[in-house]
Design a protein around this ligand. Structure first.
Ligand code: PGA
Length: 254
């Protein structure tokens, strides 16, 4: 069975009580759905989530960032090996909010991917253009540059990542790329991956940017859209489950 991957990115939201209610609801509703699912929680809640998610396989745990350093005098940083101790399967790397507010650039993102892979954690590598870049017709150039930096440092190990296409102008804005616009960029990325590895077809390329209960199905039906990275809609049980139900409809026999 070829399943779509739906990942919730909680960003800087949540509390011990809210997380518990959210995850309980999601675990209940997930039963019977044909989907690979995960939530990326703020670091301080990883122990709570690890405890809640043990003894089940329906919902994986992820983090939202990782240090590009291995260990040492980097106040405030969290290493990939530390994350691994908390049962982390995924880590988001190079999210546009990290690039925009924390000065992360392509070489940093590439090194973070390397750290995650080395620790046995699957990086979810985010690429995406700003509105100005799209208007200037530079979308493909930008996402190809961002992906090329990661391929350059990680070589054939690129086959172990999840790639997320997240147009910056669509994140948290309610604006979504049309299914055709998203598919177009996904197919460009797939082509670039094919030039780097024979495994390109099995790399999940997920879409992120205001995916919600009403647009998920048409996006997920596109041939190169293998799942979704969900921000706002991952914070409400019913919305997140509706997206996962849409993903389940798109699961195919393989
Ligand atoms: P959004 O966020 O779904 O709220 O647009 C997606 C993301 O930033 O990963």
């Amino acid at each position: 069975m070829q399943k779509k991957l739906i990942v919730g990115n909680w960003k800087m939201n949540g509390s011990l009580a809210a997380n518990q209610a959210l995850v309980r609801g999601v675990l209940d509703g997930l039963k019977g759905l044909q989907v690979n699912a995960a939530v990326c929680a703020p670091n301080v809640y990883l122990p709570q989530m690890q405890a809640m998610l043990q003894d089940q396989r329906a919902l994986d745990l992820g983090a939202q960032d990782v240090s590009l350093h291995e260990q040492g005098a980097y106040t405030g940083e969290i290493s990939a090996d530390m994350l691994r101790e908390f049962g982390i399967r995924y880590v988001i790397v190079g999210h546009s909010e990290r690039r925009q507010y924390h000065g992360e650039q392509d070489p940093h993102v590439a090194l973070k991917v390397q750290r995650a892979l080395h620790a046995g954690i699957t990086p979810i590598v985010c690429v995406g253009e700003t509105l100005a870049e799209r208007r200037e017709g530079r979308t493909e150039e930008v996402v190809k540059r961002q992906l090329a930096a990661v391929i350059h440092v990680n070589g054939h190990c690129i086959s172990e990542v999840v790639l997320a296409y997240e147009p910056v102008w669509a994140i948290g804005t309610g604006l979504t790329a049309t299914p055709e616009e998203a598919q177009q960029v996904h197919s460009v990325l797939r082509k670039q991956l094919k030039a780097a590895t024979e495994q390109a077809q099995r790399i999940a390329i997920v879409y992120g940017g205001s995916m919600n209960a009403s647009n998920a199905l048409t996006l997920l039906k596109q041939p190169d859209i293998d799942g979704g990275l969900i921000g706002g809609a991952a914070l409400k049980v019913s919305d997140f489950l509706a997206i996962m139900a849409a993903a389940s409809q798109c699961a195919t026999a393989s």
